[in-house]
Design a protein around this ligand. Structure first.
Ligand code: PDD
Length: 289
């Protein structure tokens, strides 16, 4: 579907995306003052819907915006949007900003109505862990220079955008970031997992990382369905460079194998056997977690 035919949701109404209009006095535009979610759905079925609603609610609370809808209403609105767009393999981009103001001022305005915008875009159907069919990622590394509240899914993503371009400018698809103590945080738009000698690991959550829904679902699936060794810990650069496998996770990529880090080949340069098992596990349980 082209953008011209995509149906968007704006403040209670469905309309063609290219007919949607937002005021330049919206605080999302002026300050990046808002929260977003990206929610995947396959054949009209959402993945991790209640987790996305929980994170949306927490993000809005963290920045003092009243949630404009209850979870049931969100479900109706977003299901309807998916149906209007053909109910194929789609992700919803949803953002809630503080709303439109008369005067630009940093402090929160009184009596402002949040702006709600959502539209859909096509995503690739998951691949059930087939190493010959999976897109593979080349990543570079860099120092995490974002703000200290990366656990909030803020629409203000300039720090992430600049990090992504640092990766792109180095010929990579993504960038893995390290904090001031040289511990791995996450990527510009994904969480990260490693496999070292059969042990799966992912950075322990704190305010320097987004609590990714895909990350958390995968952790819960591994703990709930398998006896694979898994650790949530502080991970060093040496740990990353010694890894047999590295994966990126996000709602649009699910679990994506990384095959080079700073030009060094990871494992044998192909998606690894633990990745295959993990993506197959995700395939089996994505609608139940
Ligand atoms: N990005 N970390 C960051 C910084 C992210 O932007 C994302 C997702 C993730 C993974 O979170 P989840 O599994 O909930 O998608 C981690 C989305 C997809 C984006 O900005 O487009």
């Amino acid at each position: 579907m082209t953008n011209g035919q995509t149906i968007a949701f704006l403040n209670g109404d469905l309309m063609p995306l290219d007919a949607a209009r937002i005021s330049p006095m919206d605080r999302g535009f002026l300050f990046g003052d808002g929260i977003y979610e990206v929610i995947p759905s396959y054949n009209g079925r959402f993945v991790g819907f209640s987790r996305h609603m929980d994170r949306l609610r927490e993000g809005l609370t963290a920045i003092g915006i009243a949630n404009p809808h209850c979870d049931t209403d969100w479900q109706h609105i977003l299901k309807d949007l998916i149906q209007q767009n053909g109910a194929g393999d789609l992700a919803i981009y949803l953002q809630v900003t503080r709303g439109v103001v008369e005067k630009r001022a940093h402090r929160f305005p009184d009596d402002v109505t949040p702006t709600v915008f959502a539209y859909t875009f096509a995503i690739e159907a998951p691949l059930a862990g087939d190493p010959n069919a999976s897109p593979c990622f080349h990543v570079t590394t860099g120092k995490d220079q974002r703000w200290k509240r990366c656990h909030i899914k803020s629409i203000a993503l300039l720090g992430n955008v600049l990090h992504m371009m640092e990766g792109v400018d180095n010929g990579a698809d993504e960038i893995l970031l390290f904090n001031d103590d040289d511990e791995l945080t996450e990527a510009a738009a994904c969480n990260v997992f490693t496999v070292n000698n059969g042990v799966i690991a992912t950075p322990i959550l704190d305010q320097q990382k987004l609590a990714g829904i895909t990350r958390n679902m995968l952790v819960d699936m591994i703990r709930g369905e398998t006896n694979w060794p898994l650790s949530e810990a502080r991970l060093s650069r040496e740990h990353l460079l010694a890894a047999d496998e590295v994966w990126l996770t996000s709602s649009t990529k699910e679990i994506a194998p990384v095959i080079t880090v700073d030009g060094h080949v990871v494992g044998d340069g192909r998606p690894g056997p633990v990745w295959s098992k993990a993506q197959a596990l995700f395939d089996q349980h994505r609608f139940h977690y």
